[in-house]
Design a protein around this ligand. Structure first.
Ligand SMILES: [Zn+2]
Length: 148
């Protein structure tokens, strides 16, 4: 039997008895980390799983969050994480990967630096706020806007 977890008010997983978990679980709003409709056909969803998905007696912190792609060239692609922060960053990175795979955003030139944070390699050429495009890292790629 997997261990059951809920999230406290600070997005921290807390292990609870099954009965309490079931009541908490009913409300999807508790569990959604992020959801992005990339195109009308392609959706990226990141949720709190609530059950430890670390398998086969592997040691380490529980795996409780998952990003999943629905539709498009990366359909059913998934990533799993141990913390809300990792899941939120992973969601943004997955949306950027989907946009590259769709050809919506071209990949950034190899070796170029993120023009937003100047602190990480650029992965995609995303629409710039002032028009045109700029190379950004996955964390800086805008999340909610439609590709230009
Ligand atoms: Zn950046």
């Amino acid at each position: 039997m997997n261990d059951c977890y809920i999230l406290d008010g600070h997005h921290t997983p807390v292990r609870v008895p099954m009965r309490r978990w079931v009541a908490w679980w009913q409300d999807m709003a508790h569990r959604r980390v992020a959801a992005t409709q990339v195109t009308p056909q392609v959706h990226v969803s990141t949720i709190f799983l609530g059950l430890d998905h670390r398998h086969w007696g592997a040691h380490g912190p529980p795996i409780l969050f998952e990003t999943m792609v629905f539709g498009g060239p990366l359909d059913q692609e998934q990533e799993r994480y141990g913390t809300w922060e990792e899941a939120a960053a992973g969601h943004t990175a997955m949306v950027a990967r989907v946009r590259v795979a769709l050809g919506a955003w071209p990949p950034a030139p190899p070796g170029s630096l993120c023009e937003a944070c100047l602190d990480a390699p650029a992965v995609v050429l995303a629409p710039a706020p002032w028009g045109g495009a700029r190379g950004v890292c996955a964390a800086c790629a805008p999340d909610a806007e439609e590709p230009a």
